[in-house]
Design a binder for this molecule. Structure first.
Ligand code: GLN
Ligand code: ZN
Length: 757
């Protein structure tokens, strides 16, 4: 029977989100929240009833990494009294006098985990009661459960060491982790545990670090899993999102029961087959993509399985999903509004369970069921319809991509910037913002009402215009140099563009958990992408008509649009991105022809797309860079191109950033002073830079003095001619009461610094 590592927990209709938010705002009790959770688990197990095991402990009230930290009592000192569910949420969301733990992306997904903080001062202690309770809950419903648990090495590797020697802390964490296993085994003899160790896909160098300072080595990995297996655990160790060849070798020497490998995103795992065959391990072969939403091509999956079976005996292969299904939406039941043809190409979590079941039957049974054969026939039809559909193959788009030759700006930066400075007339330390202004409840209501048909286009347009007018007026009043229209017409920086381009489709209920109760609904790129008509021109032109100052146009870049969508799997990501790039290029051209002289192309997710293994980085950088350049090449030398990125760690990628050749880049540096900016100086970066001078992620209003000090710190690194002054990200999540004084202070601080130069 087939296998998964985890199922989406937020609920078909985001029941968990709703219950959590009600609980946090005091509108429901803990026991009400708990009963929603229990119902969801039961419902999700029922869906998994035909798998070999149902997953337990894949459920979480907030995040699995946090669950494990909590089970090990790995709580930062500021939360030392945290207990129960309330204490758990305090770590994730902060509490009075204690800031929340940091959150960061789970490998190359858009799921965020809560980063554990470890310190030599803390002591760890296992408490497996929550895990055991969930196990019994499933058992009592008649299922055979398998516990999903984050592996020790992944847990430790993702943690932040606040104080102390990694080696010493590692050994304390390990003791607690092993005690947790002891506690589980004591209550559940012969327990099956699937350990998720995605950190292993990063390769040995990344996992072990420098030999002298490393907390552990190869032998330790072998010894821990040997230890665990000997406790009587039926242990499966799984990796995903890439291959993990080096670690497979190590794990095969231990007495674990099985090994889980991703054959969708880690083709090189095929190279481990002989070693697996030579061992006695069961191979959990991840062949159904847990990261994407397309109907699997069962024929080619069967071929892949047969290929594996040429080396590893069939009776030791379990058909599995490549990773937890957490990363795809629940199911297609509520998508009746979607185009029927496209809908037939999609497979969300509950549909993937059926694919797994059928695949296992076709692969393993000597006489597969009639339904399985019927399903396969339908699956073939769906896949061939998709492959031959004119909607996935737009001849005009394909021809345009292969014919396009414009791949870089016409003149070099030095020439361009001279022309731009003359034409645009801005001085040193020019002030601007990143694009969005507060998304007020009124604004959201306006967009909602328009969508629902409560108000007509005219009323909607008037509402948006009013907002833009207010934004422009405010920016003029405080004396900003380069203005923005405020992005009131956008719900989301990717969705807004996806909705206006061909080749995209949007689900009604295709939510995926991003963090805690927060979910996103990624656009789906199903076909060739093109831009039928201008997307932002009218609003930008309108905004420019209201002022003599320069109005900055605002676009989302091709790489970010790609990285925040579900991307078709029948064309390479590079090719899809190139198509998007040409659409953005068209928009830039329309804007410059329409009198917009500065255009910002946001690449918030450029860095997120970086591959997990060092050996693949070069290829990504090549095509991502190329796509950004295709988009912006159309800009005349006099048109100034800005880009924006929401992070500050550029040390590894500075050469690529430079090669993007944006005239101005605004980045997030407010939280790191000027230290992270130094790399720009080190490499002799010549283009202009706008390092954020204050942190917009907090409601705090920065004072004039504080911003002045920050600007001075920046001037220690880069000359005034090269610097722009701006906040560190868009302001849409803030309130006007915070934005107004903050920006006023920013302009004032800049003037004060300028006066002293
Ligand atoms: N222009 C966008 C905004 O200001 C950029 C947001 C982002 O980079 N995340 O909201
Ligand atoms: Zn940003």
């Amino acid at each position: 029977m087939s296998n998964i590592i985890g199922f989406p927990r937020i609920g078909q209709n985001r029941e968990l989100k709703k219950a959590l938010e009600a609980f946090w705002s005091g509108k429901c009790s803990q026991s009400e929240l708990e009963s929603v959770a229990k119902e969801l688990r039961a419902k999700h197990w029922a869906k998994q009833k035909n798998l070999e095991y149902v997953c337990v402990n894949d459920f979480s009230y907030y995040d699995n990494v946090l669950d494990l930290a909590y089970a090990l009592n790995a709580k930062p000192a500021r939360f030392k009294n945290a207990s129960g569910l309330e204490g758990y949420f305090a770590l994730a969301r902060g509490a009075k006098g204690a800031v929340a733990c940091e959150m960061t992306k789970w490998f190359n997904t858009n799921y965020h985990y809560v980063v554990p903080e470890l310190s030599a001062d803390d002591s760890y202690k296992a408490d497996a009661s929550a895990i055991i309770a969930q196990y019994n809950e499933a058992k009592n419903l008649g299922y055979s459960p398998k516990i999903s648990l984050i592996g020790l090495f992944t847990f430790f590797g993702l943690s932040k060491i606040i104080k102390g020697e990694p080696k010493e802390i590692y050994s304390k964490v390990k003791n607690a982790y092993l005690a947790l296993i002891d506690e589980i085994v004591a209550k559940i003899p012969n327990v099956v545990i699937e350990f998720s160790e995605p950190i292993f896909v990063r390769g040995e160098k990344e996992v072990f670090g420098a030999a002298e300072s490393s907390a552990f080595d190869k032998n330790e990995v072998a010894s821990v899993y040997e230890n665990i297996a000997k406790k009587g655990v039926k242990a499966i160790v799984s990796t995903f999102f890439e291959h993990s060849k080096e670690f497979t070798e190590i794990l095969l020497k231990t007495p674990i029961y099985g090994i889980g490998l991703d054959f969708v995103h880690g083709e090189k795992n095929l190279e481990s087959l002989q070693a697996i065959a030579n061992s006695d391990k069961v191979l959990f072969a991840g062949v159904i993509d847990g990261r994407n939403i397309w109907v699997a091509n069962l024929e080619s999956k069967l071929a892949l399985l047969e290929k594996i079976a040429q080396v590893v005996p069939k009776n030791r292969i379990v058909v599995s999903a490549s990773c937890s299904l957490l990363h795809v939406p629940f199911g297609k039941d509520d998508e009746s509004k979607m185009d029927k043809e496209i809908l037939s190409w999609l497979s969300f979590a509950q549909e993937k369970l059926i694919e797994l079941e059928v695949l296992e039957d076709l692969f393993k049974s000597s006489a597969p069921k009639a339904e399985s054969k019927e399903f396969l026939a339908q699956n073939k039809a769906i896949n061939s319809a998709r492959a031959n559909s004119s909607r996935t193959n737009n001849k005009a788009v394909r021809e345009r991509v292969s014919a396009s030759t414009l791949k870089a700006r016409k003149e070099d930066f030095a020439t361009r910037i001279k022309i731009q400075r003359e034409n645009l007339g801005y001085g040193d330390l020019a002030t601007t913002t990143i694009g969005s202004f507060p998304q007020t409840p009124e604004l959201r209501a306006l967009r909602q009402n328009y969508k629902k048909g409560v108000i007509d286009k005219n009323a909607y347009d008037e509402g948006i215009k009013e907002y833009i007018k207010d934004c422009v007026k405010f920016q003029e009043e405080i004396g900003l140099d380069v203005l923005v229209h405020g992005e009131p017409e956008r719900n989301d920086m990717v969705e807004y563009f996806g909705e206006q381009m061909e080749g995209f489709v949007f689900s009604a209920n295709g939510w995926v958990q991003s963090y805690g109760s927060r979910c996103v609904k990624p656009p789906i790129i199903f076909g060739d992408v093109s831009r039928p008509k201008a997307m932002t021109l009218e609003w930008s032109k309108y905004a420019q008509s209201l002022t003599q100052k320069i109005m900055k146009g605002m676009l989302t870049g091709p790489v970010t649009i790609l990285n925040w969508s579900f991307v078709r799997d029948d064309l390479s990501r590079a090719q899809v991105c190139e198509q998007i790039s040409l659409g953005i290029a068209d928009e830039i051209d329309d804007l410059q022809k329409g009198g917009i002289r500065i255009i910002q192309v946001d690449e918030a997710a450029f860095k997120e797309g970086y591959p997990l293994r060092a050996e693949n980085i070069k290829a990504y950088e090549e095509w991502a860079l190329k796509c950004f350049k295709i988009s912006t090449a159309v800009a005349e030398s006099s048109t100034q191109i800005h880009t924006h990125m929401c992070y500050s760690e550029f040390n590894d990628i500075i050469k690529t950033i430079e090669a993007m050749d944006a005239d101005v880049i605004s980045i997030e540096t407010a939280r790191s002073g000027n230290s992270l900016l130094k790399i720009f100086k080190q490499v002799g970066y010549t283009h202009e830079v706008g390092p954020g001078v204050y942190d917009i992620h907090s409601p705090r209003i920065p004072s004039v003095e504080e911003i002045e000090a920050q600007i001075k710190a920046l001037l220690e690194v880069l000359p005034k001619e090269q610097l722009w002054i701006n906040p560190d990200c868009g302001l849409k999540t803030r309130k006007w009461e915070e934005v107004k004084p903050s920006l006023k202070n920013m302009v004032e601080a800049t003037k004060a610094v300028r006066a002293k130069l």
